[in-house]
Design a protein around this ligand. Structure first.
Ligand code: ARG
Length: 465
């Protein structure tokens, strides 16, 4: 018995099978426990398929009408939570089809003409994923908007920029926020690019070889708003590279969230004290009354592991499969679902949390004044006075050494002291040795000068409007 004759699978697949499945095997092979989540895509795909079968004269108008009515009723049942999902019917596809036949009779048995669950499931996953990608795109935009506003508010707030987690040069907090905006903008671009390859139609590939019915696959693609038809039936039913691509784009988003989380966690520790997160995103300790822990960023950092794990899972799932469809592919769903859920929750929560982020400019400033953050500015100053950069670098190293020995920042040395390192140093040196001087000097495209940050804020606002 092929899938299209299947209405009631509670006994066995066909006359070919002489023993029933054990409960364990049923549970092991069934996917309805999780793939019922695809029901809407399954019904949308079936409606488009039936419409095309009717247009091609493969299905009568009467049967088509019955199928349309039945699927509409089933959608309402599922929405109302009244649909009874049966493990015996293995997956979402067979459950819906069996119910259709229960409701509309023989027409229901005709729906599966020219189709297999192999092309059906690939279509369903693609339709579902397309919708999720669109939602994720919206969430990425929202997160970026929040960060752009924080950047605008704090364009003039100075914190130490680090390399090797050692104080390097002063940067604007706004500039720091916009670094993440760039990352999330690329993430959104990647999602959109992936969408193009997700949004292609496998239906019509049937089990693996195509079908002998005169299907109009282009018509179905148009009905479903897809950008094209998969051009090889073997490939259409078997590859899940679109899911892997999505999963990889999702892993990158989480990677960026995780890096940001790490910074938020560090910044919130007493040793930095750069920021406070709203209480609603922190938890206390059951034993230490003074504690406020950044649980949300910590969890996001932790959940990055599971999303990256799902990517590895999907890649591994695919790697040894011969053409065409193999049941291995049923295992693509749980990692995909969990990736989408984790990503969406994380993006939502980060947008809310970052909107309420409090910045502590004094603590940032004090930290920026600690590690001779303007040493490069002094070197650049000497270069402008005619010293070759390598020599200037050496002069400043001596000055830093002296300042360190005296336990002060480079900017706290007197003009007299500074002059001992190079006679070219004048009173105007303090313009560049100050944090503001250093920041304002970096007024180059992509630099940290507040003027540049504001230009970028304007660009992002226009892009995200
Ligand atoms: N539940 C299956 C899956 O998720 C549907 C396709 C099953 N096809 C088959 N020939 N057994 O992949």
């Amino acid at each position: 018995m092929s899938d299209n004759q299947l209405a009631n699978k509670s006994q066995a697949w066909s006359a070919l099978f002489s023993e029933p499945m054990s409960d364990l095997v049923k549970r092991y092979t069934a996917s309805v426990g999780f793939d019922q989540r695809l029901w809407r895509a399954d019904i949308t795909g079936s409606l488009a398929h039936a419409e095309m079968l009717a247009a091609q004269g493969i299905l009568s108008a009467e049967d088509h009408a019955a199928i349309q009515r039945g699927l509409g009723e089933i959608a309402a049942e599922i929405e109302a939570g009244q649909f009874e999902w049966k493990l015996d019917l293995e997956d979402v596809h067979l459950n819906i089809e069996a119910r259709l036949t229960e409701r509309v009779g023989i027409a229901g048995k005709r729906l599966h003409t020219g189709r297999s669950r192999n092309d059906q499931v690939a279509t369903d996953v693609r339709l579902w994923l397309r919708g999720e990608i669109d939602e994720i795109g919206g969430l990425l935009s929202q997160l970026q908007r929040v960060m752009v506003e924080q950047a605008d508010r704090h364009a003039d707030v100075i914190l130490p920029g680090f390399t090797h987690l050692q104080v390097a040069q002063p940067v604007s907090f706004g500039h720091h926020m916009l670094a993440y905006v760039e990352m999330f903008a690329r993430d959104a671009e990647r999602m959109l690019d992936t969408r193009k390859r997700v949004n292609r139609l496998p239906l019509g590939a049937a089990a693996l070889a195509g079908t002998s019915y005169p299907l109009d696959r282009e018509r179905v693609a148009t009905t479903l708003g897809m950008e094209g038809v998969c051009q090889n039936s073997l490939d259409a039913v078997s590859d899940r590279d679109f899911a892997i691509e999505f999963s990889s784009a999702a892993a990158l988003v989480m990677l960026h969230v995780s890096r940001l989380s790490e910074e938020l966690i560090l910044w919130m520790s007493q040793n930095f004290g750069f920021i406070a997160l709203p209480d609603a995103f922190c938890t206390g300790s059951s034993i230490m009354p003074q504690k406020k822990n950044p649980d949300v960023p910590e969890l996001a950092r932790g959940k990055t592991g599971r999303v990256v794990g799902h990517l590895v899972g999907l890649v591994t799932l695919m790697k040894g499969q011969p053409l065409a469809y193999n049941k291995d592919n049923q295992e693509d769903k749980e990692p995909l679902f969990d990736t989408v859920d984790t990503l969406k929750d994380t993006l939502r929560i980060f947008a809310d949390m970052l909107a309420g982020l409090t910045v502590k400019p004094e603590a940032m400033r004090a930290a920026a004044l600690k590690g001779h953050a303007t040493a490069t500015d002094l070197a650049d100053y000497l270069v402008k006075k005619g010293l070759p950069f390598r020599d200037a670098h050496e002069v400043v190293a001596h000055a830093v050494k002296t300042a360190t020995q005296q336990g002060v920042d480079l900017a706290a040395l007197t003009l007299e002291q500074l002059k001992t390192f190079d006679a070219r140093i004048e009173a105007d040196v303090f313009d560049v040795l100050s944090l503001e001087g250093s920041l304002n000097a970096r007024n180059v495209l992509g630099g940290t000068a507040p003027a540049q940050v504001r230009t970028q804020v304007a660009r992002h606002r226009a892009r995200l409007a």
